[in-house]
Design a protein around this ligand. Structure first.
Ligand SMILES: Cc1cc2nc3c(=O)[nH]c(=O)nc-3n(C[C@H](O)[C@H](O)[C@H](O)COP(=O)(O)OP(=O)(O)OC[C@H]3O[C@@H](n4cnc5c(N)ncnc54)[C@H](O)[C@@H]3O)c2cc1C
Length: 322
């Protein structure tokens, strides 16, 4: 059996979990094995409807109400115990912040190796994977050993593809005896105002700003352009370090991984750690005063010049054409 650990928001699997289900479905077909899924936290069972388009036969839902809040150790304990009980050949999750953390805990608990950030998986003996290393600047071919193969899938390594045929999904609630110490680290709920902003991870257009923007106020012209294009604003780590934008806006290896149709990088040099977060963009337009900036090597289009002139000029043209 292949067991997919899925994350869900608003009673539906996240976009990255749909990618995992697609990879897991391919794997299950190649191995002639059933595909099952595990969801933790409230609303997990509601994901069953969507899972039926991904070939899932059983959805395991953790019943302990204390798991409603994200607690990496407790979530991992739950996944590890379910794995011991079901004895799947493979447990697979997305390499999101949570997926990576939970699977690392599962591997440590079960004393098993974990292959993180996989882009391709070939089951069999040997069981081989291709995985991203160093923020995706290197691809490694590796053989994975272990009685259960633990894997995470690199975000945006593939797209989530629902099947036109639907399966019947049985939902099974299970409870585990969790220790209080499993909850020592947990996410205390925080209430955030719904700003109605398009999420960076899902936006079709992202306008990224770097140190070259010059100040927090300098982002107003990027916000304006994002508004005209129906996109989201992101930034580099230099910007978050300077306190101009929150960490949630950061694109990169230690920020959000984006996959828009168009990424407009303004005043961003294109360090490998930044490119690790935006290389899944279909097209990159770089606006930079330095024609030799590293981002030029990765850009599909480039404008060499001062972003303070170019960004407002693009917005003005867009307004004229409407
Ligand atoms: C472990 C680790 C993790 C990291 N993770 C991340 C990450 O997730 N995301 C990330 O972004 N970085 C990350 N970094 C930092 C990364 O290495 C770079 O330092 C950072 O991306 C640089 O940000 P920047 O391009 O905005 O700034 P700079 O490198 O200073 O580049 C500024 C650019 O703006 C241009 N410019 C200046 N003025 C103008 C103007 N008026 N008009 C047009 N262009 C102009 C310059 O020519 C230059 O190319 C990480 C580093 C480490 C060590």
């Amino acid at each position: 059996m292949v067991l997919a650990f899925i994350e869900h928001v608003n009673e539906a699997p996240t976009m990255l979990s749909l990618e995992v289900l697609t990879m897991a479905g391919r794997l299950a077909r190649e191995m002639s094995a059933p595909l099952e899924a595990v969801a933790i936290g409230p609303g997990g069972e509601a994901a069953a409807g969507i899972l039926s388009s991904y070939g899932v036969s059983t959805l395991h839902v953790a019943g302990d109400s204390r798991l409603a809040e994200y607690a990496p150790s407790a979530w991992a304990h739950t996944v590890a115990e379910l794995t011991e009980q079901l004895q799947p050949a493979v447990v697979i999750a997305t390499a999101s912040d949570r997926g990576s953390e939970v699977m690392a805990h599962v591997a440590a608990r079960m004393k098993l190796p974990l292959a993180a950030n996989c882009t391709e998986i070939a089951p069999g003996d040997p069981f081989t994977v291709t995985r991203q290393r160093w923020g995706g600047s290197l691809l490694e071919d590796a053989r994975l050993k272990g009685r259960v193969k633990l894997l995470t899938v690199a975000p945006h390594a593939l797209t989530g593809e629902a099947s036109p045929s639907r399966t019947e999904v049985a939902t099974r609630t299970f409870t585990r005896t969790l220790d209080d110490k499993d909850f020592r680290v947990r996410l205390v709920p925080q209430v955030e105002a719904d700003t109605g902003k398009i999420s960076l991870a899902q936006a079709r257009v992202v306008i990224g700003g770097g140190r070259g923007v010059g100040s927090a106020e300098g982002f107003a012209s990027l916000e304006e352009l994002a508004g005209l294009l129906g996109g989201a604003v992101g930034c580099s780590r230099a910007v978050t370090s300077l306190g101009w934008r929150p960490h949630s806006d950061q694109v990169g290896q230690t920020g959000t991984k984006i996959a828009p149709e168009l990424y407009i990088a303004c005043g961003i040099s294109g360090a490998t750690q930044h490119m690790a977060g935006c290389k899944a963009a279909k097209r990159i337009l770089a606006i930079n005063s330095d024609a030799e900036a590293p981002i030029m090597l990765n850009a599909d289009y480039a404008v060499v010049g001062d972003l303070k002139e170019i960004v407002p000029a693009i917005s003005a043209e867009l307004r004229k054409s409407r």
